[in-house]
Design a protein around this ligand. Structure first.
Ligand code: GLA
Length: 412
């Protein structure tokens, strides 16, 4: 932004200089406003749903914003404070949507979040109702987009919900191809309405990974799209989601990301190993990092996971190349992610419950395209280690080895 601003003013100064030094002045084309690109790396922040669900209030949002700052999460990159479903009230006679009693003044709340140097996100549906049964945007897209912009909203999650039953199934019963076209048009409608506000707003699609959304979402303004159904704070669900991401790596890149859903780190009964693996794999997948835990009561070990700068750097790598599963052996999966500057991140996940067939696990460097000993950094211990061909690795159940190799020696 600063660069754009200085270029803008330099161009203005030049225009003024040209005007006094030459006669007659050539007509100048007005300068186009600088385009602000959003989501050049996967969005990072916090969202209310995974912990508060329908109970979220204005106070929870303020407290969470405060905590992002106090815990150092903001400094680590978490900037979006996203209100999920259940903030919506009724529409008035002119169709303007009002907040419900839990959110007395959305503009004041947005100002508060902005005053902390953070950004604010909101939630709606292309259907008449959200998943929680609150008012959706159907027939009010432009009005809602203008309302969000007037509040200062920076991010919109747009959740299919009632659009399925109330629009798709009514307008095109039993015609899946037509339903898909109608759905894409609905996302594009809000895309155009958001663009028309002139405000940079991250546009997050939530339609559960249907109809190969990764193929068409970027063409209708999607900066991220859910690539799965809902996450829950259970190892089995998290592992299933990770496995479903295989093959989607081709679709991610700066400005457009697969979204395996928001983080459950610190929620439910996930063990520390499971929290670590969950966070590591979201980083390998170049996934949005939207924490979803109770920030005011966050335990130090959870904060340590969420603020691990080395792991965040994998997620936020500027090359924007999503990692891929290279091979599995027994119940152990090996993923790799290519990073800027030729570096490589490797994640070895033990998905076995108690014992596993490949104990100890022998890492196959050749399958990763590597030749000979490799100097790596273990991103969870912070220690340097040497990776050697077929070295035995002892990984506890549901734990991960996540390393970064800055100068990989590759096979010729
Ligand atoms: C859907 C979404 C969730 C959440 C809820 C809110 O289930 O997938 O992420 O937004 O709706 O009702």
């Amino acid at each position: 932004m600063r660069t754009f601003a200085s270029l803008f003013f330099a161009a203005l100064a030049l225009t003024a200089f040209t005007a006094v030094s030459q006669t007659p002045a050539a007509p100048q084309a007005p300068l186009a406003p600088p385009q602000v690109l959003v989501a050049q790396t996967p969005p990072m922040g916090w969202n209310s749903w995974n912990y508060f669900a329908g109970k979220v209030t204005d106070k929870n949002i303020r407290d969470s914003a405060d905590q992002l700052v106090a815990t150092g999460m903001k400094d680590a990159g978490y900037v979006y404070v996203n209100i999920d479903d259940t903030w919506e009230g009724e529409r008035d006679a002119s169709g303007v949507l009002h907040t419900n009693a839990k959110f007395p003044d959305m503009k004041a709340l947005a100002d508060y979040v902005h005053s902390k140097g953070l950004k604010i996100g909101i939630y709606s549906s292309p259907g008449p109702k959200t998943c929680g049964g609150y008012a959706g945007s159907l027939g009010h897209e432009e009005q809602d987009a203008q309302l969000y912009a007037s509040w200062g909203i920076d991010y919109l999650k747009y959740d299919l919900c009632s659009f399925i039953g109330d629009v798709l199934e009514k307008r095109a019963p039993n015609d899946k191809a037509e339903q898909m076209r109608i759905m894409i048009a609905a996302y594009d409608k809000m895309n155009k309405a958001l663009k028309a506000t002139g405000r940079p707003i991250v546009f997050s699609f939530c339609q559960y990974g249907w109809d190969a959304v990764w193929e068409w979402a970027p063409s209708v303004g999607g900066n991220l799209w859910r690539s799965t159904g809902d996450i829950t704070p259970d190892w089995d669900r998290i592992y299933a989601i990770v496995s479903q991401q295989e093959g989607l790596e081709a679709y991610a890149g700066p400005g457009h990301w697969n979204d395996p859903d928001m983080l459950e780190v610190g929620n439910g009964k996930l063990s520390l190993a499971e929290n670590r693996t969950h966070f590591s794999m979201w980083a390998m997948l170049a996934a949005p990092l939207l924490a979803g835990n109770d920030l005011p009561n966050m335990k130090p070990e959870i904060k340590a996971i969420l603020t691990n700068r080395d792991v965040i750097a994998i997620d936020q790598d500027r090359l924007g190349k999503q990692g891929a599963r290279v091979y599995s052996d027994g119940e152990v999966d090996v993923w790799a992610r290519h990073l800027a500057g030729g570096a490589l991140a490797i994640a070895v996940v033990n998905a076995g419950s108690d014992r596993y067939a490949t104990h100890p696990f022998h890492l196959n460097l050749r399958k990763l395209g590597l030749a000979g000993q490799q100097t790596a950094k273990d991103l969870w211990t912070g220690k340097t280690m040497e990776l050697t061909e077929k070295m035995p690795l002892e990984l506890a159940s549901h734990d991960v080895l996540l390393v970064r190799v800055d100068a990989p020696k590759t096979a010729k």
